[in-house]
Design a protein around this ligand. Structure first.
Ligand code: GTP
Length: 407
Protein backbone atom coordinates (compact mmCIF):
# COMPACT_ATOMS: atom_id res chain seq x y z
CA UNK A 1 0.00 0.00 0.00
CA UNK A 2 2.76 2.46 0.97
CA UNK A 3 5.34 2.72 -1.76
CA UNK A 4 8.33 5.04 -1.39
CA UNK A 5 8.10 8.18 -3.53
CA UNK A 6 9.56 7.79 -7.02
CA UNK A 7 9.19 11.00 -9.03
CA UNK A 8 9.61 12.06 -12.64
CA UNK A 9 7.72 9.76 -14.94
CA UNK A 10 6.30 11.40 -18.03
CA UNK A 11 2.97 12.89 -16.88
CA UNK A 12 0.40 11.19 -19.09
CA UNK A 13 -2.20 13.98 -18.85
CA UNK A 14 0.16 16.57 -20.27
CA UNK A 15 1.22 14.29 -23.08
CA UNK A 16 -2.41 13.30 -23.88
CA UNK A 17 -3.23 16.96 -24.42
CA UNK A 18 -0.19 17.46 -26.61
CA UNK A 19 -0.84 14.30 -28.58
CA UNK A 20 -4.47 15.27 -29.19
CA UNK A 21 -3.40 18.71 -30.39
CA UNK A 22 -0.85 17.11 -32.70
CA UNK A 23 -3.44 14.61 -34.02
CA UNK A 24 -5.94 17.37 -34.82
CA UNK A 25 -3.28 19.53 -36.44
CA UNK A 26 -2.12 16.56 -38.51
CA UNK A 27 -5.66 15.81 -39.72
CA UNK A 28 -6.38 19.45 -40.54
CA UNK A 29 -3.04 20.04 -42.23
CA UNK A 30 -2.03 16.88 -43.98
CA UNK A 31 -5.06 14.58 -43.97
CA UNK A 32 -5.95 11.25 -42.38
CA UNK A 33 -3.81 8.35 -41.38
CA UNK A 34 -4.61 4.70 -41.16
CA UNK A 35 -4.55 3.20 -37.65
CA UNK A 36 -1.07 1.86 -38.48
CA UNK A 37 0.08 5.46 -38.90
CA UNK A 38 0.39 5.54 -42.71
CA UNK A 39 -1.08 8.45 -44.62
CA UNK A 40 -3.91 7.04 -46.69
CA UNK A 41 -6.64 8.58 -48.81
CA UNK A 42 -9.07 5.71 -48.33
CA UNK A 43 -8.39 4.26 -44.91
CA UNK A 44 -9.36 7.16 -42.68
CA UNK A 45 -8.26 6.63 -39.11
CA UNK A 46 -6.17 7.75 -36.17
CA UNK A 47 -2.98 6.42 -34.69
CA UNK A 48 -3.64 3.28 -32.68
CA UNK A 49 -3.81 4.87 -29.18
CA UNK A 50 -6.51 7.27 -30.37
CA UNK A 51 -8.23 4.81 -32.70
CA UNK A 52 -8.99 2.51 -29.75
CA UNK A 53 -10.78 5.31 -27.88
CA UNK A 54 -12.63 6.37 -31.02
CA UNK A 55 -13.83 2.82 -31.74
CA UNK A 56 -15.10 2.51 -28.18
CA UNK A 57 -16.97 5.82 -28.52
CA UNK A 58 -18.36 4.78 -31.90
CA UNK A 59 -19.51 1.41 -30.58
CA UNK A 60 -21.20 3.02 -27.60
CA UNK A 61 -22.99 5.65 -29.67
CA UNK A 62 -24.09 3.09 -32.27
CA UNK A 63 -25.84 0.76 -29.81
CA UNK A 64 -29.31 2.23 -30.30
CA UNK A 65 -28.93 2.29 -34.08
CA UNK A 66 -27.78 -1.33 -34.08
CA UNK A 67 -30.80 -2.43 -32.09
CA UNK A 68 -32.97 -0.53 -34.57
CA UNK A 69 -31.14 -2.29 -37.41
CA UNK A 70 -31.94 -5.69 -35.91
CA UNK A 71 -35.58 -4.70 -35.43
CA UNK A 72 -35.72 -3.60 -39.07
CA UNK A 73 -34.05 -6.84 -40.18
CA UNK A 74 -36.69 -8.86 -38.34
CA UNK A 75 -39.39 -6.66 -39.91
CA UNK A 76 -38.01 -7.25 -43.42
CA UNK A 77 -38.04 -11.01 -42.97
CA UNK A 78 -41.54 -10.83 -41.51
CA UNK A 79 -42.62 -8.94 -44.64
CA UNK A 80 -41.16 -11.70 -46.79
CA UNK A 81 -42.88 -14.36 -44.77
CA UNK A 82 -46.19 -12.45 -44.75
CA UNK A 83 -45.88 -11.88 -48.49
CA UNK A 84 -45.29 -15.57 -49.01
CA UNK A 85 -48.07 -16.81 -46.73
CA UNK A 86 -50.67 -14.28 -47.75
CA UNK A 87 -49.96 -14.59 -51.48
CA UNK A 88 -51.97 -16.98 -53.58
CA UNK A 89 -48.79 -18.89 -54.50
CA UNK A 90 -45.89 -19.77 -52.24
CA UNK A 91 -42.22 -19.35 -53.07
CA UNK A 92 -41.58 -22.96 -52.39
CA UNK A 93 -43.10 -26.03 -50.84
CA UNK A 94 -40.13 -26.23 -48.52
CA UNK A 95 -40.11 -24.18 -45.32
CA UNK A 96 -37.38 -22.08 -46.98
CA UNK A 97 -38.17 -18.88 -45.15
CA UNK A 98 -38.15 -20.65 -41.83
CA UNK A 99 -34.63 -21.94 -42.52
CA UNK A 100 -33.57 -18.46 -43.61
CA UNK A 101 -34.87 -17.01 -40.40
CA UNK A 102 -32.82 -19.58 -38.54
CA UNK A 103 -29.80 -18.61 -40.67
CA UNK A 104 -29.93 -14.89 -39.82
CA UNK A 105 -31.28 -15.14 -36.27
CA UNK A 106 -28.04 -16.11 -34.42
CA UNK A 107 -25.97 -13.15 -35.67
CA UNK A 108 -28.85 -10.72 -35.05
CA UNK A 109 -29.43 -12.12 -31.56
CA UNK A 110 -25.68 -11.88 -30.87
CA UNK A 111 -25.68 -8.24 -31.93
CA UNK A 112 -28.57 -7.42 -29.60
CA UNK A 113 -26.87 -9.30 -26.76
CA UNK A 114 -23.57 -7.42 -27.38
CA UNK A 115 -25.41 -4.10 -27.48
CA UNK A 116 -26.63 -4.71 -23.91
CA UNK A 117 -23.29 -5.88 -22.58
CA UNK A 118 -20.82 -3.33 -21.31
CA UNK A 119 -17.32 -4.02 -22.50
CA UNK A 120 -18.46 -5.88 -25.65
CA UNK A 121 -17.46 -2.88 -27.76
CA UNK A 122 -14.35 -4.73 -28.97
CA UNK A 123 -16.44 -7.37 -30.74
CA UNK A 124 -19.56 -5.48 -31.70
CA UNK A 125 -18.19 -4.20 -34.99
CA UNK A 126 -17.31 -7.71 -36.16
CA UNK A 127 -20.73 -8.98 -35.08
CA UNK A 128 -22.40 -6.10 -36.97
CA UNK A 129 -20.46 -7.13 -40.09
CA UNK A 130 -21.62 -10.71 -39.59
CA UNK A 131 -25.24 -9.50 -39.36
CA UNK A 132 -24.86 -7.44 -42.54
CA UNK A 133 -23.41 -10.40 -44.47
CA UNK A 134 -25.99 -12.89 -43.14
CA UNK A 135 -28.95 -10.61 -43.85
CA UNK A 136 -27.72 -9.78 -47.34
CA UNK A 137 -27.08 -13.41 -48.24
CA UNK A 138 -30.51 -14.28 -46.83
CA UNK A 139 -32.25 -11.65 -48.92
CA UNK A 140 -30.44 -12.62 -52.11
CA UNK A 141 -31.41 -16.26 -51.53
CA UNK A 142 -35.07 -15.30 -51.02
CA UNK A 143 -35.04 -13.27 -54.24
CA UNK A 144 -33.47 -16.13 -56.19
CA UNK A 145 -35.88 -18.73 -54.77
CA UNK A 146 -38.80 -16.44 -55.62
CA UNK A 147 -37.50 -15.94 -59.14
CA UNK A 148 -37.05 -19.66 -59.73
CA UNK A 149 -40.63 -20.21 -58.66
CA UNK A 150 -41.83 -17.61 -61.11
CA UNK A 151 -42.67 -15.01 -58.48
CA UNK A 152 -41.45 -11.47 -58.23
CA UNK A 153 -40.06 -11.14 -54.72
CA UNK A 154 -39.79 -7.59 -53.33
CA UNK A 155 -36.17 -7.14 -54.44
CA UNK A 156 -36.29 -3.50 -53.32
CA UNK A 157 -35.77 -4.75 -49.80
CA UNK A 158 -32.11 -5.29 -50.74
CA UNK A 159 -31.87 -1.54 -51.31
CA UNK A 160 -33.13 -1.01 -47.79
CA UNK A 161 -30.57 -3.57 -46.58
CA UNK A 162 -27.83 -1.48 -48.22
CA UNK A 163 -29.17 1.61 -46.50
CA UNK A 164 -28.92 0.02 -43.12
CA UNK A 165 -25.47 -1.45 -43.86
CA UNK A 166 -24.32 2.08 -44.51
CA UNK A 167 -26.14 4.01 -41.81
CA UNK A 168 -27.59 1.80 -39.09
CA UNK A 169 -25.20 -1.04 -38.38
CA UNK A 170 -22.31 1.35 -37.68
CA UNK A 171 -19.94 -0.42 -40.08
CA UNK A 172 -16.80 1.47 -41.05
CA UNK A 173 -17.39 2.99 -44.48
CA UNK A 174 -14.88 0.72 -46.20
CA UNK A 175 -16.62 -2.47 -44.97
CA UNK A 176 -20.07 -1.11 -45.89
CA UNK A 177 -18.78 -0.17 -49.34
CA UNK A 178 -17.23 -3.55 -50.11
CA UNK A 179 -20.41 -5.28 -48.97
CA UNK A 180 -22.64 -2.96 -51.03
CA UNK A 181 -20.55 -3.33 -54.19
CA UNK A 182 -20.49 -7.12 -53.81
CA UNK A 183 -24.26 -7.10 -53.34
CA UNK A 184 -24.73 -4.92 -56.44
CA UNK A 185 -22.68 -7.44 -58.45
CA UNK A 186 -23.79 -10.75 -56.96
CA UNK A 187 -27.54 -10.18 -56.53
CA UNK A 188 -28.33 -9.35 -60.23
CA UNK A 189 -26.01 -12.15 -61.34
CA UNK A 190 -27.77 -14.65 -59.07
CA UNK A 191 -31.15 -13.49 -60.42
CA UNK A 192 -29.85 -13.86 -63.97
CA UNK A 193 -28.77 -17.41 -63.16
CA UNK A 194 -32.25 -17.98 -61.75
CA UNK A 195 -33.76 -16.98 -65.10
CA UNK A 196 -34.47 -13.28 -64.74
CA UNK A 197 -33.90 -11.30 -67.93
CA UNK A 198 -34.73 -7.99 -69.58
CA UNK A 199 -35.26 -4.47 -68.32
CA UNK A 200 -36.50 -5.55 -64.89
CA UNK A 201 -33.13 -7.18 -64.18
CA UNK A 202 -31.23 -4.26 -65.68
CA UNK A 203 -33.21 -1.73 -63.60
CA UNK A 204 -32.65 -3.79 -60.50
CA UNK A 205 -28.85 -4.00 -61.03
CA UNK A 206 -28.69 -0.34 -62.00
CA UNK A 207 -30.50 0.86 -58.86
CA UNK A 208 -28.42 -1.38 -56.60
CA UNK A 209 -25.21 0.02 -58.15
CA UNK A 210 -26.40 3.63 -57.85
CA UNK A 211 -27.43 3.02 -54.22
CA UNK A 212 -24.01 1.49 -53.47
CA UNK A 213 -22.13 4.46 -54.95
CA UNK A 214 -24.31 7.07 -53.23
CA UNK A 215 -24.14 5.18 -49.95
CA UNK A 216 -20.34 4.93 -50.23
CA UNK A 217 -19.91 8.66 -50.72
CA UNK A 218 -22.36 9.56 -47.94
CA UNK A 219 -20.91 7.01 -45.52
CA UNK A 220 -17.32 8.14 -46.23
CA UNK A 221 -18.18 11.80 -45.66
CA UNK A 222 -20.21 10.95 -42.56
CA UNK A 223 -17.36 8.95 -41.02
CA UNK A 224 -14.85 11.71 -41.74
CA UNK A 225 -17.13 14.31 -40.17
CA UNK A 226 -17.81 12.10 -37.14
CA UNK A 227 -14.11 11.45 -36.58
CA UNK A 228 -13.20 15.11 -36.87
CA UNK A 229 -16.04 16.17 -34.52
CA UNK A 230 -14.98 13.51 -32.00
CA UNK A 231 -11.35 14.61 -32.13
CA UNK A 232 -12.32 18.25 -31.57
CA UNK A 233 -14.63 17.22 -28.74
CA UNK A 234 -11.81 15.23 -27.09
CA UNK A 235 -9.48 18.20 -27.34
CA UNK A 236 -12.12 20.58 -25.94
CA UNK A 237 -12.77 18.22 -23.03
CA UNK A 238 -9.07 17.98 -22.26
CA UNK A 239 -8.73 21.77 -22.50
CA UNK A 240 -11.72 22.35 -20.22
CA UNK A 241 -10.19 20.07 -17.58
CA UNK A 242 -6.61 21.26 -17.76
CA UNK A 243 -4.77 24.36 -16.77
CA UNK A 244 -3.60 26.04 -19.99
CA UNK A 245 -0.24 27.12 -18.56
CA UNK A 246 0.92 23.89 -16.96
CA UNK A 247 -1.22 21.22 -18.65
CA UNK A 248 -2.17 19.57 -15.33
CA UNK A 249 -5.76 19.42 -13.94
CA UNK A 250 -7.40 22.76 -13.30
CA UNK A 251 -9.17 23.63 -10.04
CA UNK A 252 -12.61 22.30 -11.07
CA UNK A 253 -11.41 19.08 -12.67
CA UNK A 254 -9.07 18.35 -9.75
CA UNK A 255 -11.93 18.63 -7.22
CA UNK A 256 -14.27 16.56 -9.41
CA UNK A 257 -11.75 13.76 -9.81
CA UNK A 258 -10.77 13.79 -6.15
CA UNK A 259 -14.45 13.63 -5.09
CA UNK A 260 -14.95 10.57 -7.30
CA UNK A 261 -11.77 8.89 -6.05
CA UNK A 262 -12.66 9.67 -2.45
CA UNK A 263 -15.94 7.79 -2.94
CA UNK A 264 -13.93 4.86 -4.29
CA UNK A 265 -11.61 5.07 -1.26
CA UNK A 266 -14.70 4.91 0.97
CA UNK A 267 -15.90 1.79 -0.85
CA UNK A 268 -12.49 0.15 -0.77
CA UNK A 269 -11.61 1.36 2.74
CA UNK A 270 -8.33 2.99 1.69
CA UNK A 271 -6.64 6.01 3.31
CA UNK A 272 -5.98 9.12 1.22
CA UNK A 273 -3.80 12.22 1.54
CA UNK A 274 -3.71 15.72 0.09
CA UNK A 275 -0.51 17.72 -0.31
CA UNK A 276 -0.97 21.50 -0.69
CA UNK A 277 2.18 22.77 -2.41
CA UNK A 278 2.94 26.49 -2.68
CA UNK A 279 5.98 28.09 -4.32
CA UNK A 280 7.80 30.37 -1.87
CA UNK A 281 8.31 34.06 -2.55
CA UNK A 282 7.00 33.71 -6.05
CA UNK A 283 6.13 37.39 -6.27
CA UNK A 284 9.84 38.15 -5.79
CA UNK A 285 10.72 35.63 -8.49
CA UNK A 286 8.35 37.34 -10.91
CA UNK A 287 9.60 40.79 -9.98
CA UNK A 288 13.24 39.77 -10.41
CA UNK A 289 13.09 37.56 -13.48
CA UNK A 290 9.93 38.64 -15.25
CA UNK A 291 6.50 37.11 -15.73
CA UNK A 292 7.54 34.86 -18.61
CA UNK A 293 10.29 33.27 -16.52
CA UNK A 294 7.66 32.94 -13.76
CA UNK A 295 5.36 31.08 -16.17
CA UNK A 296 8.18 28.77 -17.17
CA UNK A 297 9.00 28.13 -13.52
CA UNK A 298 5.36 27.19 -12.78
CA UNK A 299 5.42 24.79 -15.72
CA UNK A 300 8.53 23.07 -14.38
CA UNK A 301 7.09 22.81 -10.89
CA UNK A 302 3.90 21.29 -12.34
CA UNK A 303 5.93 18.74 -14.34
CA UNK A 304 7.89 17.81 -11.23
CA UNK A 305 4.66 17.33 -9.24
CA UNK A 306 3.07 15.34 -12.05
CA UNK A 307 5.93 12.88 -11.69
CA UNK A 308 4.55 12.02 -8.25
CA UNK A 309 1.02 11.35 -9.52
CA UNK A 310 2.07 8.30 -11.48
CA UNK A 311 -0.63 5.87 -10.35
CA UNK A 312 -4.09 6.05 -11.95
CA UNK A 313 -5.80 7.26 -8.77
CA UNK A 314 -3.26 9.97 -7.87
CA UNK A 315 -4.27 13.42 -9.10
CA UNK A 316 -2.18 16.54 -9.50
CA UNK A 317 -3.78 19.95 -10.03
CA UNK A 318 -3.12 23.66 -10.07
CA UNK A 319 -5.55 25.20 -7.62
CA UNK A 320 -4.62 28.75 -8.61
CA UNK A 321 -1.64 31.11 -8.92
CA UNK A 322 1.42 29.34 -7.56
CA UNK A 323 -0.54 26.83 -5.45
CA UNK A 324 -0.70 23.18 -6.48
CA UNK A 325 -2.31 20.13 -4.91
CA UNK A 326 -1.48 16.45 -5.04
CA UNK A 327 -4.10 13.84 -4.11
CA UNK A 328 -2.60 10.48 -3.15
CA UNK A 329 -4.68 7.30 -2.95
CA UNK A 330 -4.02 4.49 -0.49
CA UNK A 331 -1.38 6.52 1.35
CA UNK A 332 -1.22 6.98 5.14
CA UNK A 333 0.13 10.01 7.03
CA UNK A 334 3.72 8.73 7.32
CA UNK A 335 3.99 7.88 3.62
CA UNK A 336 2.30 11.15 2.67
CA UNK A 337 4.95 13.01 4.64
CA UNK A 338 7.69 11.10 2.78
CA UNK A 339 6.04 12.04 -0.51
CA UNK A 340 5.84 15.68 0.60
CA UNK A 341 9.55 15.74 1.45
CA UNK A 342 10.35 14.17 -1.91
CA UNK A 343 8.18 16.78 -3.67
CA UNK A 344 9.92 19.60 -1.81
CA UNK A 345 13.34 18.21 -2.75
CA UNK A 346 12.35 17.62 -6.37
CA UNK A 347 11.30 21.27 -6.76
CA UNK A 348 14.45 22.40 -4.91
CA UNK A 349 16.50 20.49 -7.49
CA UNK A 350 14.92 22.39 -10.39
CA UNK A 351 16.83 25.25 -11.95
CA UNK A 352 14.22 27.42 -13.64
CA UNK A 353 17.02 29.81 -14.62
CA UNK A 354 20.81 29.31 -14.46
CA UNK A 355 21.91 29.54 -10.82
CA UNK A 356 18.35 30.21 -9.70
CA UNK A 357 16.43 27.84 -7.47
CA UNK A 358 12.94 27.92 -6.01
CA UNK A 359 11.57 26.33 -2.90
CA UNK A 360 8.12 25.18 -1.87
CA UNK A 361 6.21 24.87 1.35
CA UNK A 362 4.02 21.79 1.66
CA UNK A 363 1.02 21.18 3.89
CA UNK A 364 -0.11 17.58 4.31
CA UNK A 365 -3.49 16.26 5.42
CA UNK A 366 -4.36 12.59 5.44
CA UNK A 367 -7.47 10.65 6.35
CA UNK A 368 -7.66 7.09 7.59
CA UNK A 369 -9.88 4.62 5.81
CA UNK A 370 -12.50 4.69 8.58
CA UNK A 371 -12.43 8.51 8.88
CA UNK A 372 -12.62 9.68 5.29
CA UNK A 373 -14.01 13.14 4.79
CA UNK A 374 -14.71 15.49 1.87
CA UNK A 375 -12.07 16.81 -0.53
CA UNK A 376 -12.84 20.37 0.65
CA UNK A 377 -12.11 19.45 4.27
CA UNK A 378 -8.87 17.69 3.32
CA UNK A 379 -7.73 20.73 1.32
CA UNK A 380 -8.68 23.09 4.16
CA UNK A 381 -6.63 20.96 6.57
CA UNK A 382 -3.68 20.79 4.17
CA UNK A 383 -3.91 24.60 3.79
CA UNK A 384 -3.80 25.00 7.57
CA UNK A 385 -0.62 22.94 7.66
CA UNK A 386 0.73 24.89 4.68
CA UNK A 387 0.13 28.14 6.53
CA UNK A 388 2.22 26.75 9.40
CA UNK A 389 4.99 25.80 6.97
CA UNK A 390 4.97 29.37 5.57
CA UNK A 391 4.98 31.09 8.93
CA UNK A 392 7.57 28.62 10.21
CA UNK A 393 10.14 29.85 7.65
CA UNK A 394 9.03 28.24 4.32
CA UNK A 395 10.86 25.47 2.35
CA UNK A 396 9.46 22.85 4.69
CA UNK A 397 6.74 20.24 5.15
CA UNK A 398 4.09 20.43 7.89
CA UNK A 399 1.47 17.84 8.74
CA UNK A 400 -2.07 18.72 9.78
CA UNK A 401 -2.89 17.26 13.15
CA UNK A 402 -6.22 16.67 14.88
CA UNK A 403 -5.18 19.27 17.48
CA UNK A 404 -5.56 22.19 15.06
CA UNK A 405 -8.85 23.29 13.54
CA UNK A 406 -9.11 23.69 9.77
CA UNK A 407 -8.42 27.21 8.44
N1 GTP B 1 4.28 34.30 -13.75
C1 GTP B 1 3.14 34.04 -13.16
N2 GTP B 1 2.89 34.52 -11.94
C2 GTP B 1 1.73 34.22 -11.34
C3 GTP B 1 0.75 33.42 -11.96
N3 GTP B 1 -0.29 33.29 -11.11
C4 GTP B 1 0.01 33.98 -10.00
N4 GTP B 1 1.24 34.54 -10.13
C5 GTP B 1 1.96 35.39 -9.20
O1 GTP B 1 2.27 34.67 -8.03
C6 GTP B 1 2.51 35.63 -7.02
C7 GTP B 1 1.96 35.12 -5.71
O2 GTP B 1 2.37 36.02 -4.74
P1 GTP B 1 1.98 35.87 -3.23
O3 GTP B 1 0.58 35.33 -3.10
O4 GTP B 1 2.27 37.18 -2.57
O5 GTP B 1 2.90 34.74 -2.69
P2 GTP B 1 4.49 34.62 -2.66
O6 GTP B 1 5.20 35.82 -3.19
O7 GTP B 1 4.83 33.33 -3.32
O8 GTP B 1 4.79 34.51 -1.13
P3 GTP B 1 4.55 33.28 -0.20
O9 GTP B 1 3.54 32.39 -0.82
O10 GTP B 1 4.05 33.84 1.09
O11 GTP B 1 5.87 32.62 -0.05
C8 GTP B 1 1.86 36.94 -7.46
O12 GTP B 1 2.86 37.88 -7.76
C9 GTP B 1 1.11 36.53 -8.73
O13 GTP B 1 1.15 37.58 -9.71
C10 GTP B 1 1.04 32.93 -13.27
O14 GTP B 1 0.25 32.24 -13.90
N5 GTP B 1 2.23 33.26 -13.83
Amino acid sequence: MNSPPRPRQPPTEISDLQRLRAALEAVERSGWRSPSGCASALQIGFESWLERDYLRYRSETNLLLQRLAVALGVLFYSIYIGYDWLGSQHFTDQPMLFWLMLFVAPSNALLVACSFRRGAWRYIQSVALLVAVANTVGMVVVSVVGERNGLHAPHELLLIQLFYDFFLLGLPWIQATILALLTALVAPFALWLAGSRGTALFDYGFFLAVAAVLGTIACYLQERAQRLAWLRQQLLRQLSEHDPLTGICNHRAWYERCDAILRQAQREQQPVAVLAVDVDHFKQFNDRHGHLAGDDCLRRVAQALAGFARRPLDVVGRLGGEEFALFLYGVDAATAEQHAEAVREAVRALQPLPEVRVSTSVGVASALANRLTSTETLVARADTALYRAKTGGRDRVCLWSEAEPPA
